[in-house]
Structures are given as C-alpha cells and as structure tokens.
Design a protein around this ligand. Structure first.
Ligand code: NAD
Ligand code: TYD
Length: 356
C-alpha cells in the first residue's frame, strides 16, 4: 500500500509527508513535485536515505507521467497538494495558476480516473482521491457574517481563489459524473515550519530579524483564520481515513485574527526571544503599504462538520502554535538563508542529482 502525494516539497505537503512518515507503521509515499520556486527538497532532508520516501520531479499536468506513476506504484490514495498558492503572485501573473490549478488538476483527475477504472474489488472500493483546497474559494465575509460552512456559495475574488474554485468544481464533477471516490478539504490560512518567507508570518519574522520594514497591506484590519500546519495535516489524515466519499470538509482553527494583530504578536515574541540590540521593539519596523488589489476583508471557517462527523480538532492554540513557529525560524537560520539566496535550488542537484 502506497500513498501518492503531489506538491509534497511545498509548505503543507512537505509537513504532511514528514508527519506521515513519522508514524511507525506508515505506508510509503511517492512524492511528485514540479519543484517550482515554492518546492524545496531541503524541507525533506531528514528523509534522505529513507526507502519509504520516493521523490519524483514532475508536473501534475503531465498526464502520461501521472498515469505511469499510478500504474507503477498502485497507490491506495492520491493526495493533491500541488498548486500555485500565493495570491500576490496570482495578481502579477495569473496564467501559471490556471495552468497548474485548473489544467493540472484536470489532467491529474483524468489519469486518476483511468487508474481507478482499472482497479477491482477492495482496491477499487477503498481508493480515495483527496483534493486539498482553500477557504478563499468562498470569497470575503463582512464583519458580522457567520463563518463559511461547506454550503456557502463559491465567490472567489482573486485569480488564485478562482483557479482553486475551478479545481474544486472539477473534483466534484468527477465524483458526480464518473463516481470517482473523492474527498475535498477547504482549509483556512496555515502557518508553521518550512513556510516560504513571502507569506505573511514567515515574511514578518525574517524581515524583523534582518532589520527590514514589516509591510502591512492597507489598514491591516483584514481578518484571517489561522491554523497550525500540523493540525491541517492531522485533519487531512482523518478525512482520508474516515471521510465520506464525495464529501467536502472545511478545516479551520477557530482562530480569527486581524493581520496587524498577527504582526504585533510576532514582534512581541521576537522581543522576548531575540531582543533587538538597541533595546527597541521590532514593532517599530511596522510600515503600512499600499493595499493588495481586490483584497478579501475577512475569512472565517466553520469546521463543525469535521469535528462532529470525524471527531477532529486542532491540537495547537494560536498562542502555542505561533510560539513554536517563531522558535522554529530562530532555530533554522540556514533553511531561511538558503531560500532567500536561492541556494536551496542548487541543493536539489547536490542531494538528488539527476533524479531531480
Ligand atoms: P506551496 O506553494 O508552499 O507548495 C506548492 C507545491 O506544489 C510546491 O512544492 C510546488 O513545487 C508544487 N507544484 C506547483 N505546481 C506544480 C505542478 N504543476 N506539478 C507538481 N507540483 C507542483 O503551497 P502550500 O501552502 O503548501 O499549499 C498546498 C496546497 O494547500 C495548495 O493546494 C493550496 O491551495 C492549499 N492551501 C494552502 C493554504 C495555506 O495557508 N498555505 C491554506 C489552505 C489550502
Ligand atoms: P498571505 O500570507 O499572502 O495569505 P492569503 O493572502 O492567502 O490570506 O497573506 C495573509 C494576509 O496578510 C493577507 O490579508 C495579506 C496580508 N499581507 C500583508 O499585509 N503584508 C504582506 O507582506 C503579505 C505577504 C501579506
């Protein structure tokens, strides 16, 4: 029994693979990743030499490759993390988002549909395709609106969320039309170790330590619902294990915070753990900059279905998770430095040679 994970060199997929293989009886993982700027094999360095981890560099839009991998490894499940994931990049260049998130998801679904069609008996009945998606497909909430349930209408506002919405619809259609045994998770904003330092929380930590400005978009009162990445991974495991086929599960931390509050919390933790040499607070580095175009004001997830049906709840509070995260970045300056200098891409060659 094998799992095929796509996008497993990224932030969430990488954490998922590490957590999965930390279980003593874990099934092996075939990890397919294109290694875009966001894919970093150094995140998986601790698995080097572990025969349960098989890395393949490739594109989910390469249907022939996906078909070959499925035929060769006969996975009992596919978990699709692979995506272009950064809203600001989608505003600057939407095309790659359509290519990977829409066309790529479609080609992957096609390969999986044919593979699943070839299975028989228990292998066919037990197979699952789990699609990892985002709360951003639901659009933006007003201050007093109820949190997103799975029945909230889709109102994506950025090229990123629109492309993820399209992939969710394809996944739904493949279940409805072909009976493909799919599961979809729509999760809120994640944070934690190995997060690429162009997203809010790692960017603030890294810039603060480098003495750079902390750029807060607009008034900083946009609200996100933050979940520690390992809690997202545990939710995915639970949905894979016991989720109802065809069902959608929202995943969230019941943790709504305004961006400016997040930035202040990061600064306070750094003031405590790595005080500035001049005795001033890192908060003095906060700078308000031009807002993101079309910036969604508020996201909030109602994760009741996941809790009530499958008994999942997060293990970390925001206080414990953000402290662990800040500590992780303080303890891993080498990882950050190699991401910033681009050296992590050379590391791929050194570590994996021609295989990557
Ligand atoms: P990420 O950008 O850190 O990682 C994405 C990974 O996918 C990278 O390793 C990249 O190399 C790989 N990839 C990109 N295009 C590919 C392609 N065409 N073929 C194969 N691999 C490809 O993203 P992340 O934050 O880890 O997000 C993972 C998934 O979770 C995404 O689908 C995202 O939409 C979803 N999600 C993210 C968040 C969040 O807060 N980060 C929240 C909810 C859902
Ligand atoms: P981000 O981490 O890009 O996630 P998303 O846009 O998918 O929610 O951004 C989180 C929030 O932080 C979002 O409201 C935009 C804001 N933000 C800033 O204020 N400054 C920044 O430099 C970045 C990267 C984000």
């Amino acid at each position: 029994m094998t799992l095929l994970v796509t996008g497993g060199a990224g932030f969430i997929g990488g954490n998922f693979v590490l957590d999965w293989l930390a279980q003593p009886e874990a099934e092996p993982v075939v990890n397919l990743d294109k290694l875009t700027y966001a894919g970093n094999l150094e995140t998986l360095a601790s698995l080097h030499g572990d025969t349960r981890h098989h890395f393949v560099r490739g594109d989910i839009a390469d249907q022939a490759l996906m078909a070959q991998l499925l035929a060769d490894h006969q996975p009992r499940a596919v978990i699709n993390f692979a995506a272009e994931s950064h809203v600001d990049r989608s505003i600057l260049g939407p095309e790659t988002f359509v290519q990977t998130n829409v066309v790529g998801s479609f080609r992957l679904l096609e390969a999986v549909r044919h593979y699943w069609g070839s299975l028989q008996g228990a292998a066919r009945a037990d197979f699952r395709f789990l699609h990892v998606s985002t709360d951003e497909v639901y659009g933006s909430l007003g201050p007093g609106d109820a949190a997103f349930t799975e029945d909230h209408r889709y109102e994506p506002n950025s090229p990123y969320s629109a492309s993820k919405a399209a992939s969710d619809h394809l996944v739904r259609a493949y279940h409805h039309t072909y009976g493909l045994p799919v599961l979809t998770t729509n999760c809120s904003n994640n944070y934690g170790p190995f997060h690429f330092p162009e997203k809010l929380i790692p960017l603030m930590i890294v810039n603060a330590l480098a003495g750079k400005p902390l750029p807060v978009y607009g008034d900083g009162l946009q609200v996100r619902d933050w979940l520690y990445v390992k809690d997202h991974c545990s939710a995915i495991c639970r949905v894979l294990q016991a989720g109802r086929v065809g069902q959608v599960y929202n995943v969230g931390g019941w943790n709504e915070k305004a961006n400016i509050e997040i930035v202040h919390t990061v600064c306070q933790l750094l003031d405590e753990l790595r005080p500035r040499s001049d005795g001033q607070s890192y908060g003095t580095q906060i700078t308000h900059v031009t807002d993101r175009p079309g910036h969604d004001r508020r996201y909030a997830i109602d994760a009741s279905r996941l809790h009530q049906e499958l008994g999942w709840k997060p293990a970390e509070t925001f206080d414990s998770g953000i402290r662990k995260t800040v500590r992780w970045y303080l303890d891993h300056p080498g990882w950050v430095e190699r991401v910033q200098s681009g050296a992590y891409r050379e590391w791929v060659q050194t570590q994996y040679g021609a295989a990557a």
